[in-house]
Design a binder for this molecule. Structure first.
Ligand code: URA
Length: 424
């Protein structure tokens, strides 16, 4: 086969065969196909798309570019969740231990901040000593001993995705649904799971700004998971305002601990329980949604999930009882009366980065102590002088204007539903 002919076929809108996709990805992985030909194919896929079969085939080839986790044949179900990311989305932190309390094992491989959204690994590194670089053998051993780990994906898993993602980033081909699907699913399927739940977000703080695009992505992810033999469902969730109150690193860990103790903001708690319930239902560990929700709720309210979180932190080298450092607080207040009508959530995520809570360059180090706390939600009535946001950072005056501009105050308000749709 000739790489240029495969590029031409996709350029001209033809479906690629499984063999053509295998030839291209294997060639890319062994470096016989160079970055410039992969860039051209990525652009052709961006422009002409891929059907369900091609997308699953691309995913399978990216998966096969590396190793996969190996589990004993012991009847234990291994599950995970993937979120497409959102500002204040800390759900992985309570969800992994909660799922472990529900009888699953959870080898959760997570990422770092991407654009305005924070990264689970960066958040967990607020905990002194917490290691996010577990080796493959540590991942498998600790998952079986503790019930869950949250760590970075090691270089041996889906290495073709690592290179292709970096290439897409600089060739304007990130926003392609088949390429996003293959990228996300190859990494998740390398965990050798029985079931996967996806949290696909839409809105001002999400990767997908419109509900329509988020639906297309969710359908593509679910179809690919199912084609590859993993029970996969998705929740489509609203990201037109931060999830929970806290955005930042240490502050999000503290809020997650509240959720793990049966408290915390209602939206974070609800989403954590719903995602756990999805997995309990799809694996048939519970036969009704109500029974699934009850089990998940009781694991939070009894303190069992918090205890499991502490075990996971200790197993990954962290100090579970260490006091986390949070910067001094200052408030940003409303200048007019009305209702909170919209929030530019991406702007709030960028403000956290500007405070030092995320990276502007790959080499930046993160200040885990900075962040913000939302004191209002869409639909709330506010008065002039009422605090809208609490900032935790050394120079709050430098950020106050941007934060205030991100919160629109109007005459009418609506309250968006957190969970818009379930996609199976
Ligand atoms: N996250 C991923 O892992 N891959 C993408 O392509 C986009 C988001």
């Amino acid at each position: 086969m000739i790489a240029a002919q495969i590029i031409a076929a996709k350029r001209d809108g033809r479906s690629l065969t499984d063999d053509e996709i295998a030839f291209f990805v294997q060639g890319y992985a062994d470096e016989s196909i160079p970055d410039y030909q992969m860039s051209a194919l990525a652009m052709a896929i961006f422009l002409n798309g891929m059907d369900e079969r091609e997308t699953a085939s691309l995913t399978a080839q990216m998966l096969n570019s590396g190793t996969q986790l190996n589990w004993p044949d012991d009847g234990v179900l291994r599950v995970d969740k993937h979120s497409t990311g959102g500002v204040g989305d800390k759900v992985s932190l309570p969800l992994a231990p909660l799922l472990a309390c529900c009888g699953f094992q959870v080898p959760m491989l997570s990422g770092r901040g991407l654009g305005p959204t924070g990264g689970t690994l960066d958040k967990l590194e607020s905990i002194p000593g917490f290691r996010t670089d577990l080796s493959l053998s540590e991942i498998t051993t600790l998952t079986q001993q503790v019930g869950c780990v949250i760590t970075g994906a090691s270089a041996e898993l889906a290495p073709a995705d690592r290179r292709l993602y970096a290439l897409r980033d600089v060739t304007a081909t990130v926003q392609s649904i088949p390429l996003i699907t293959a990228s996300i699913m190859s990494k998740k399927l390398a965990e050798s799971l029985d079931a996967l739940v996806l949290d696909v977000k839409f809105g001002s703080g999400a990767f997908m700004k419109t509900r329509e695009r988020a639906t297309m992505l969710a359908e593509s992810l679910v179809a690919t998971g199912e084609r590859m033999g993993v029970k996969t469902t998705a929740l489509l969730t609203d990201m037109n305002q931060p999830l929970g109150r806290m955005c930042g690193n240490a502050v999000e860990v503290l809020e997650s601990i509240d959720v793990l103790k049966g408290e915390g903001p209602p939206d974070v708690r609800e989403l954590t329980i719903e995602l756990a319930a999805e997995l309990l239902l799809t694996t048939q560990a519970k036969s009704t949604m109500q029974a699934a929700r009850e089990l998940a709720t009781s694991a939070l309210d009894s303190g069992a999930a918090f205890e499991k979180f502490e075990q996971m932190v200790a197993a990954q080298g962290g100090q579970p009882s260490a006091a986390l450092k949070v910067a001094d607080a200052a408030e940003v207040s409303a200048q007019q009366a009305g209702f909170v009508s919209a929030i530019d959530t991406e702007q709030l995520g960028m403000a956290v980065i500007a405070m030092g809570g995320g990276r502007q360059k790959v080499s930046d180090t993160i200040d885990h102590a900075v962040g913000l706390e939302m004191l209002v939600r869409i639909g709330d009535e506010v008065q002039p002088g009422q605090p809208l946001v609490r900032l935790f950072c050394p120079r709050p005056a430098a950020h106050a204007d941007n934060i205030r501009k991100a919160i629109s105050i109007g005459e009418e308000a609506y309250r968006p539903d957190l969970i818009a749709e379930r996609i199976t």
